[in-house]
Design a binder for this molecule. Structure first.
Ligand code: NBY
Length: 828
C-alpha cells in the first residue's frame, strides 16, 4: 500500500501536508460553510454542516483525482470501463472518510465546532441509482478497483429520481418518488463542456463517397445531449481516485426559439422536457422490462456517450482506433448496455471509417459480458419494430453481425437440434425480437456468471448453445462485496475488536481474517464478540422502535431476511415458518423456545402484485403476533421499511441469523449472504448461488443447510410437482396456511391473501411447500445451537474468520487477471 512512508510520525506529517489535520479541517469546514452555502455557524442547519463537511472532503479528493488523471495519462495504462445502467453507491461521506483515513480528524474538527459527525452523516440523502444486487455490485467493484490501484471509469446514468422510497400504509407498500438531488449533491462535478449529441429515431441513407466507398449516414429524428457528471471514487489507503461518470440528458436547445417567437410557448418547452426525460427516473424493476421505448433510449443514451468518451480519450493519445481494445476493457454489466456492441461498430465503421473486419476485431476484443440471471424469461429482448423506430442504423448493424455469425454457426454446428435458431440474435415471431444476451455473447471475448453454481448452470442451460460453440469464452467470477463499507464503516465495533487482535491488514486483504481462528479458544475474546453483537442489536432495536413502534428484546435471536421481494427468494416460506411458531405457542402456551425476532425488509417492484402481497402479509402477521399477550417476548415479526444501503448498514451488524432461502437454481449469487456472514451472522440457506461457496469456506458445521438441490428441483418439476400433496401431508404447514386463508390476520377478510394461498396450493412455482419441512427442521437446529451461546459464538467467529474469499478485492483481481488483463497503476 502506498499509504506507508518512513517518517517518524507518518500520520501527522501526511495529514499536515495534505490539509487533513483537525485544525486545517476545521478552518476548511467553516470556509465552505461560508463561501459555498453563505451560512455561518449560528444559523447553519445540520444539513448545511453536512454539506460543508462534504465539500471539505471532496476538496481533498480532488487533489488526488488530478494526480491520478496525470499518472494514468503519463503511463498510458489500460483502463477498465464498467458499463452499468445502475450504480447503487449509497451515502458517500462515511465511506470517503474511511477511505481517506480522516474520520477521527474530521470528528475532532467538528466537535470543536460543536457538531456531531454521526448526526451529519444522517443528513446525507441516499443516491439510490440501482435496484438491488446488480447495482450494488457495480458500486462495490468501483471501490475495489480504486483500492487495487486499477485505472477505471464507471459509466452510467445520472437518474434524477433513483429507486423509490418505500412507505408503508396500512401494511401496503406505497412508492414515494426519491428526490435525492433536491438539496444539491456535493460529491459530483458537472462537466458541461463534456457533452455528446445522441441521435434518436429517423432513418439511414446509404451513399458512395468520393473515393467510391460505401457509406451510411444516420438522419435522426431528434437529438439529445448527454452531459457528464463526475463523482470521484477514492480507494482505501491509496491515492488512486477513479471516476464514476454519469450522463445527464439535456435538450439541445433549451428553447426552440422559432416556436417561441411565433408564440407557441408549449411547443417550445416540449422538446426540452422530452429530452430531459431520458435520465429522469430509474426503472424500479429488477427484472427485464421490454416494450418501454424510454428504457431502450436510456440504454442507448448512456452507452453512446460512454463509448464516444472512451474514443475521445483514446484519440488524445493514439493516432487511430486500431488499438482501442488494448487501451480499454469494457465490461457489460448484464445486457442493459449490450447495445454497445452495435454502437461501437457504428462508431468505428460509419464515423471513423474503419472496415468491418478490423472494426469487429476491435469491438469483440473490447467487450466482455457478465450474466446475472438464469431465468430465460428474465433475459432482455427488444421488439424489432421498436428498435427500428429508435435506432434504425443499429438494426442494420445487428443484421450484419447476425448474418456473419449465422454463416459461422452453420459451418461449426451443422445445426444440431436447431442450435442455429437458438443462437440467432434475431428471434423469429410476430414481431421479431432482438435477443440482447445473444448480442452480448457474440460481441464479447469473455462471458461470466457470478457464482460457481450459476456459471455451471449457465453453461448447461441458459447459454448452453453458446457454451458448445465457444467453451473457452466462459468463466466464473464469484461475486464479492467491499469490506470497507460493509464491515469497517458499518460495524465499527466488530472491526475494532478484529483489528485489536490481528491488526488492520484485513481491511485490504480479507483472507487475513483467518488470523481470528487463533483466538477462538480465548474466552475473553468470545465474551467481547458477544458484547459487540449485543450492542449492535440494541442499536437496531432502538431504530426498529423509532421506525415501526415495535419493541423487541435484544437478547432474542435476530433472524433477518433483507433483499428485494420476489417469489423465488421465498419471503413467504419465511413467513409460513413465523406463523408456524405462532401456532405452536397458541397450541402450547407454556412452550419453552428460543426467543426470536424475525426481521424482513425489501422493496417490491411497483407492478409486482404478489410481492406487494408478501409485504402486506408480513405486516398483518406482525400486527397479530407482536401484540398477542400470550406470545410475549418469545416471538416478534418486524418489517423494516425502505431497505436501502443506508439502512442495510445498520441491519447487517445486528443479525444473528441470515435467511438465504431461495429455491435452488434461481439466485444467481446473492451478495447480502456475504455481508451478513462478514458481520458474524450464521446462515440458514439452500444450496443456491454463492451460498454453496460460503458453506464450503465456513465449513458445513457452521452453516444451516436445508432444501432441495437445483437438480432435485428440476427433477421434481419434470416429474410432476403437486404442492397439495405436501399440504395434505404436513399438519403444521396445513395449519399455517389455513390460518392465513381464514382471514385471521386480515380482520376476517379471507380474500386478502387468497391469491397467495391459492397460488401455493395450485402452482407453487418455487416449491415452497416441498422445502417447508426441511426448512422447519433446520430452524430447530438453529434453536438448539442458540441454547449453547458459547458454541454459537465460536461459529459466528469462524464465519467471519473464513469469509475472506468474498471480498470484492478478490473478485476484481480475478476480473483483472482472467478477463481484463490490466495491471495496477499506483499514484504517488
Ligand atoms: O445480481 C442480482 C441477482 O439476482 C443476484 O443473485 C446477484 O447476486 C446480483 C449481483 O450479481 N440481479 C439483480 O440485482 N438484478 C437487477 O437488479 C436488475 C435490474 C434491472 C433489470 C434487470 C435486473 N432490468 O432488466 O431492467
Amino acid at each position: 500500500m502506498s499509504q506507508q512512508n518512513n517518517l517518524d510520525h507518518p500520520k501527522l506529517d501526511l495529514h499536515s501536508r495534505t490539509g487533513t489535520n483537525a485544525d486545517t479541517l476545521q478552518r476548511a469546514i467553516l470556509d465552505n460553510l461560508f463561501y459555498i452555502q453563505g451560512r455561518f455557524p449560528d444559523v447553519a442547519t445540520p444539513h448545511d454542516w453536512y454539506q460543508a463537511v462534504a465539500y471539505t472532503v471532496r476538496d481533498r479528493q480532488l487533489h488526488r483525482w488530478v494526480k491520478t488523471a496525470q499518472t494514468y495519462k503519463k503511463q498510458k495504462s489500460r483502463s477498465v470501463c464498467y458499463l452499468s445502467a445502475e450504480f447503487l453507491i449509497g451515502p458517500m461521506l462515511g465511506s470517503n472518510l474511511v477511505n481517506l483515513g480522516i474520520e477521527d480528524e474530521v470528528r475532532e474538527a467538528l466537535s470543536a465546532l460543536g457538531q456531531d459527525l454521526d448526526v451529519l452523516l444522517e443528513q446525507e440523502p441516499e443516491p439510490g441509482l440501482g435496484n438491488g444486487g446488480l447495482g450494488r455490485l457495480a458500486a462495490c467493484y468501483m471501490d475495489s478497483l480504486a483500492t487495487l490501484e486499477i485505472p477505471a471509469i464507471g459509466y452510467g446514468i445520472r437518474y434524477e429520481f433513483g429507486i423509490f422510497h418505500q412507505r408503508i400504509e396500512n401494511g401496503w407498500q406505497k412508492e414515494i418518488s426519491d428526490q435525492w438531488l433536491h438539496l444539491g449533491n456535493p460529491w459530483e462535478v458537472p462537466r458541461p463542456l463534456l457533452t455528446f449529441r445522441v441521435n434518436l429515431g429517423g432513418h439511414t441513407e446509404h451513399y458512395t463517397d468520393d473515393h467510391g466507398n460505401h457509406r451510411v449516414r444516420w438522419e435522426p429524428e431528434r437529438v439529445v445531449l448527454g452531459v457528464a457528471h463526475d463523482t470521484p471514487i477514492i480507494g482505501y489507503g491509496v491515492n488512486n481516485t477513479n471516476l464514476l461518470r454519469l450522463w445527464k440528458a439535456e435538450a439541445e436547445q433549451s428553447f426552440d426559439f422559432e416556436a417561441f417567437n411565433t408564440g407557441d410557448y408549449y411547443a417550445a418547452v416540449e422538446e426540452k422536457v422530452k429530452s430531459e426525460t431520458i435520465s429522469k427516473v430509474l426503472y424500479p424493476n429488477d427484472e427485464a422490462i421490454s416494450g418501454k421505448t424510454l428504457r431502450l433510449e436510456q440504454q442507448y443514451f448512456f452507452v453512446s456517450c460512454s463509448l464516444r468518451d472512451m474514443i475521445r480519450i483514446h484519440l488524445q493519445q493514439e493516432p487511430d482506433l486500431s488499438n482501442f481494445h488494448e487501451k480499454f476493457a469494457a465490461q457489460l454489466n448484464d445486457t442493459h448496455p449490450a447495445i454497445a456492441v452495435a454502437e461501437l461498430m457504428r462508431l468505428l465503421v460509419d464515423e471513423h471509417h474503419m472496415d468491418w473486419n478490423p472494426a469487429w476485431s476491435v469491438a469483440s476484443r473490447t467487450f466482455s459480458y457478465t450474466n446475472h440471471t438464469l431465468l430465460p424469461e428474465a433475459l432482455e429482448t427488444w421488439s424489432l419494430p421498436l428498435l427500428q423506430q429508435v435506432l434504425p442504423r443499429h438494426v442494420e448493424i445487428i443484421y450484419e453481425i447476425n448474418m456473419r455469425f449465422m454463416d459461422q454457426v452453420r459451418v461449426l454446428t451443422h445445426d444440431v437440434c436447431g442450435a442455429v435458431t437458438r443462437l440467432s440474435i434475431i428471434e423469429e415471431g410476430e414481431p421479431k425480437r432482438v435477443r440482447m444476451a445473444n448480442l452480448a455473447c457474440v460481441g464479447s471475448h469473455a462471458i461470466n456468471g457470478v457464482a460457481a453454481l450459476h456459471t455451471e448452470l449457465l453453461k448447461k442451460t441458459t447459454l448452453n448453445d453458446f457454451h458448445n460453440l465457444w467453451p473457452e469464452k466462459f468463466l466464473n467470477v464469484t461475486n464479492g462485496v467491499t469490506p470497507r463499507r460493509f464491515l469497517l464503516l458499518s460495524n465499527p465495533k466488530q472491526s475494532k475488536l478484529i483489528s485489536d487482535r490481528i491488526g488492520e491488514g484485513w481491511i485490504t486483504d480479507l483472507e487475513k481474517l483467518r488470523g481470528l481462528e487463533a483466538h477462538l479458544d480465548d474466552a475473553g475474546f468470545r465474551e467481547d464478540w458477544r458484547r459487540v453483537k449485543r450492542e449492535n442489536k440494541e442499536a437496531l432495536a432502538k431504530l426498529l422502535k423509532e421506525r415501526t413502534y415495535v419493541d423487541v428484546d435484544p437478547q432474542s435471536l435476530f433472524s433477518v431476511q433483507a433483499k428485494r421481494i420476489h417469489e423465488y427468494k421465498r419471503q413467504h416460506l419465511h413467513l409460513l415458518y413465523v406463523v408456524t411458531l405462532y401456532n405452536r405457542i397458541i397450541n402450547n402456551p407454556n412452550l419453552s423456545m428460543a426467543p426470536r425476532v424475525h426481521i424482513l425488509g425489501g422493496k417490491a417492484a411497483p407492478g409486482y402484485a404478489m410481492a406487494k402481497l408478501f409485504i402486506k402479509l408480513a405486516h398483518a402477521v406482525g400486527e397479530m403476533v407482536n401484540r398477542d399477550q400470550m406470545v410475549g417476548d418469545r416471538l416478534k415479526l418486524v418489517f423494516f421499511p425502505n431497505f436501502n444501503v443506508k439502512n442495510a448498514q445498520r441491519i447487517y451488524p445486528a443479525a444473528d441469523l441470515s435467511e438465504q432461502i431461495s429455491t435452488a437454481g434461481f439466485e444467481a449469487s446473492g451478495t447480502g449472504n456475504m455481508k451478513f456472514s462478514m458481520n458474524g451472522a450464521l446462515t440458514i440457506g439452500t444450496l443456491d448461488g454463492a451460498n454453496v461457496e460460503i458453506r464450503e469456506v465456513v465449513g458445513d458445521e457452521n452453516f444451516f443447510l436445508f432444501g432441495m438441490t437445483a437438480e432435485e428441483v428440476v427433477h421434481l418439476k419434470t416429474n410432476g410437482y403437486h404442492p397439495r400433496h405436501y399440504y395434505d401431508g404436513n399438519a403444521e404447514l396445513r395449519a399455517a396456511m389455513d390460518l392465513i386463508a381464514s382471514g385471521y390476520f386480515s380482520h376476517g377478510e379471507a380474500d386478502v391473501f387468497k391469491p397467495l394461498i391459492d397460488n401455493l396450493l395450485e402452482h407453487d412455482p418455487f416449491m415452497v411447500l416441498a422445502d417447508y419441512e426441511a426448512y422447519c427442521h433446520a430452524q430447530s437446529q438453529v434453536d438448539d445451537l442458540w441454547a449453547q451461546p458459547d458454541l454459537w459464538t465460536r461459529k459466528s467467529i469462524l464465519n467471519v474468520a473464513r469469509i475472506g474469499k468474498f471480498s470484492s478485492d478478490r473478485a476484481i483481481r480475478e476480473y483483472c487477471e482472467k478477463i481484463w488483463k490490466v495491471q495496477p497503476t499506483p499514484v504517488d
